[in-house]
Design a protein around this ligand. Structure first.
Ligand SMILES: [Cu+2]
Length: 291
């Protein structure tokens, strides 16, 4: 039967393709594995390997880059990199800088230039005996990887009196808080701030690893290159309506300066995030999240 013969030839072809691929590994042939030696705040060793289709670690698979981000968006990412593996296992020193949910992205660049990228989530516990160091409620922090974001900006006070911003609102998030990242003994934690104070004649810079405006329980996706509206309220009762650009990192010299009385707002940006997660279930679709 010609049909059977055709199948036989196809089978041979597939075998030949598979044989070729084992010599020239591509990202489609492998999956990445990642383990941490310790899941408490502090130093750890990440063990990573590239596994072939038969379940074996591939020797010298290429160069591995690691990026660790906290689900809590105000934190500075932690990086690690290595092109040295032993019996196919990379061993990378890494630091969990804070307790909470982490997303670790492992990116392997193969010798042929192909990239294999996978993400892993970790739940990191506080150091032994230090469980109550953070005064932030962790309710919104452990869920889906990106259901929080943080807003950063510069606020300059050109006046003679201090200004105090007491609250913030946005249609993009159900909960908005002011946070301050504090690093103590090489370990970062979050403290809640009652208000943002801009002393007379000074500039307050909200930045990753410092003070920031935390957006929790997002109601819409914060898409790269998009904008959200944010309203800040001053202790004197004034409202400052601002737009905030969605970006991965600080924008260089943006032309977004807005002045309200003594206060000058500029360099406003927030990290991309998706509403996702359980909190979003049953929410009406917005124009932005329909795509
Ligand atoms: Cu925060």
């Amino acid at each position: 039967m010609p049909k059977l013969r055709l199948r036989f030839i196809l089978g041979l072809l597939l075998l030949a393709v598979a044989a070729c691929r084992q010599q020239q590994i591509t990202s489609a042939d492998i999956r990445l594995e990642l383990q941490a030696s310790d899941n408490r705040v502090g130093e750890t060793t990440l063990l990573a390997s590239a596994i072939d289709r038969r379940g074996n670690a591939i020797a010298n698979p290429g160069k591995l880059s690691i990026r660790g981000d906290m689900s809590h968006a105000g934190m500075i990412p932690v990086f690690a990199e290595s092109d040295q593996s032993t019996d196919g296992v990379f061993s990378l020193p890494f630091t969990w800088t804070m307790a909470g949910g982490w997303i670790v992205e492992a990116s392997l660049t193969l010798p042929n230039g192909d990239k294999a990228v996978e993400t892993f989530s970790f739940e990191i516990l506080a150091e032994a005996g230090a469980e109550d160091r953070s005064n932030i409620a962790h309710s919104g922090m452990g869920g889906a990887p990106s259901e929080t974001s943080a807003v950063y900006m510069r606020i300059s006070n050109r006046g003679q009196a201090d200004h105090v911003i007491t609250s913030a609102e946005s249609a993009a998030a159900e909960q908005i808080d002011f946070h301050q990242t504090v690093v103590e003994n090489d370990v970062a934690r979050m403290d809640a701030l009652d208000a943002l104070v801009i002393p007379a004649g000074e500039t307050l810079e909200l930045r990753p690893g410092g003070a920031h405006i935390m957006l929790s329980r997002l109601t819409e996706d914060l898409r790269l290159d998009g904008k959200i509206a944010l309203q800040l309220k001053c202790s004197a009762g004034e409202l400052y309506a601002l737009d905030v650009s969605i970006a991965h990192m600080p924008l260089n010299e943006p032309d977004d300066t807005v002045t309200f009385g003594d206060l000058v707002f500029s360099h406003r940006w927030a990290r991309p995030a998706s509403a996702g997660g359980m909190a979003h279930a049953g929410m009406p679709m917005t124009e932005d999240s329909s795509g």
